[in-house]
Design a protein around this ligand. Structure first.
Ligand code: SF4
Length: 483
């Protein structure tokens, strides 16, 4: 979006008015692929009935099904993979008087539209990204030799893996509300998880330069951002390829010192990389959210071994104990996969029991998706779909009970809430979040009483008191504006 904007495009939220439509896609599991294809087909209709003249498909679906997209959806004019972001300009054929639009089914970009008004200089050729300086971890090179990133079975996929990394000079338009922004600190992944094709889509793990991340954070904060969420396929590996020890902790420490940054968090921690130094850093800074997202995927040692992730319930419980002792009151989020090939009733029982003991604040359960190109694709003992769905529902029900009980303890607590805007259900209610809720994924705080204030302002922080608790959501009344 930033590149298109700098090349003279105007972004809009109405695809029906667009000259050019861009769909940013995902393809790591079946449901994501389906959603991507549905969105492409929906946008293709604008090409026949609206003003759109071009349809561009970008992102992970392209890395996987490059030729097939062009063959099966003739309305698609161009495709742009994850490693060739700047090709979007050529694909859009940006010329004065054109209008371009981009959308994503996953809210990575909201529905936008771009108008290539004359006069702005094209960004093509002027932007230098960090790919030239890319280094890799020895582990990544080793895994490459083992065939981890192979796309040989993927018809139409390019053999060259993406090496792209953006930097602080890459133009960027935020699609998130004004107070919040994501920063991607690393790209790719070297882990060998057998169910996962993300490394084949995104390439080997590579970190952005330390100074580049800090510079981008400063720029965002100077533009009014007060909450930064660090992301990457594995944030806890940050800096290993740059020779940094405890890179993420060092980065958090530096970012926490920037004036004006109110909330800082990171997502997607790898369980065995949660170091004492990382926990100390979270505990030490008031503006680092007391929040840890650590996808565990399963708890049965046998399943985790077949997933090539290792560990198990016993080790995880010790880690959780260590985390809670180091950062009292920390909110923990995790996700699990049910129905991995060979998951027996007793494996499932181990997982169920573990969830009962660990008592996570937030939990997601994914049904296993059988992905061509993953190592698990050739495993026998597939679990029937109906069993997978029954297991998923059972875990969600268990978590609902855990969450309902835990949320009751919140009633009467004073918290700082970030007001995100009117609720979709009624303008009488506003929605917000505390530091214990990550953007877009966790429960909500509904604000039904503005206290002495006549109106709330979107993107502002308020002191509030929790007055009610439901299964996942909370209700609060505003006490005052937060300083
Ligand atoms: S760590 Fe995450 S992204 Fe990397 S291979 Fe495992 S599941 Fe996939």
């Amino acid at each position: 979006m930033g590149l298109l904007d700098r090349a003279g495009a105007r972004i809009t939220a109405h695809p029906e008015e667009a000259d050019i439509l861009v769909v940013n896609t995902c393809s790591f599991i079946d449901t994501a692929k389906q959603e991507s294809v549905d969105t492409i087909l929906e946008m293709a209709r604008h090409k026949t009935s609206g003003s759109a003249k071009k349809l561009i498909v970008a992102g992970c679906l392209v890395e996987r099904y490059r030729d097939e997209i062009r063959k099966t959806i003739p309305e698609v004019d161009a495709v742009v993979g994850t490693g060739e972001l700047e090709a979007i300009l050529e694909a859009a054929g940006l010329a004065p008087t054109h209008v371009v639009a981009a959308t994503s089914p996953f809210n990575i970009l909201t529905s936008v539209q771009v108008d290539t008004r004359a006069g702005k200089e094209s960004a093509a050729g002027t932007h230098k990204h960090e790919a030239g300086a890319t280094t890799f971890r020895a582990e990544g090179d080793h895994r490459e030799r083992q065939g981890r990133f192979s796309r040989d079975d993927w018809q139409g996929a390019r053999h060259l893996l993406p090496t792209y990394l953006y930097d602080e000079n890459t133009p960027r338009l935020l699609s998130t509300p004004r107070a919040s922004a994501y920063i991607k600190i690393a790209e790719g992944c070297d882990h060998p998880c057998t169910f996962c094709v993300i490394p084949n889509l995104r390439g080997k793990f590579r970190s952005r330069r330390f100074e580049s991340v800090v510079a981008e954070a400063r720029q965002l904060i100077s533009r009014g951002v007060e909450e930064i969420t660090l992301i990457g396929q594995d944030t806890t590996c940050y800096g290993e390829d740059l020779g940094l020890k405890d890179g993420l902790a060092t980065l958090l420490n530096e970012l926490a010192g920037i004036e004006g940054l109110r909330w800082l968090r990171f997502l997607y921690a790898y369980p065995n990389r949660i170091t004492g130094r990382l926990l100390e850093t979270i505990a030490k800074h008031d503006n680092i959210c007391k929040y840890l997202d650590v996808p565990l995927q399963h708890a049965s040692p046998d399943v985790l071994k077949r997933m090539k992730r290792g560990a198990g319930a016993e080790i995880f419980l010790k880690t959780i104990e260590k985390v809670r002792a180091a950062v009292p009151g920390i909110a923990l989020r995790t996700s699990f996969i049910v129905g991995f090939p060979g998951e027996s009733p007793s494996d499932f029982e181990v997982l169920e029991q573990f969830i009962g003991e660990a008592k996570f604040d937030w939990l997601g359960v994914f049904s296993y998706s059988h992905e061509e190109g993953s190592a698990a694709y050739s495993l026998d003992a597939q679990v029937p779909k109906r069993t997978i769905e029954a297991r998923r529902k059972r875990l969600m029900k268990l978590q609902q009970k855990i969450s309902r009980n835990a949320k009751q303890d919140w009633v009467g607590r004073d918290v700082v809430v970030l007001a995100e805007g009117e609720s979709e259900e009624t303008p009488l209610l506003w929605e917000g979040r505390t530091q214990f809720h990550a953007p877009e994924i966790d429960g909500k705080v509904y604000i039904n009483d503005f206290g002495d204030l006549e109106q709330l302002e979107q993107g502002r922080f308020y002191k509030a008191q929790i007055t009610e608790a439901h299964d996942y959501d909370l209700v609060a009344r505003i006490v005052s504006g937060a300083q």
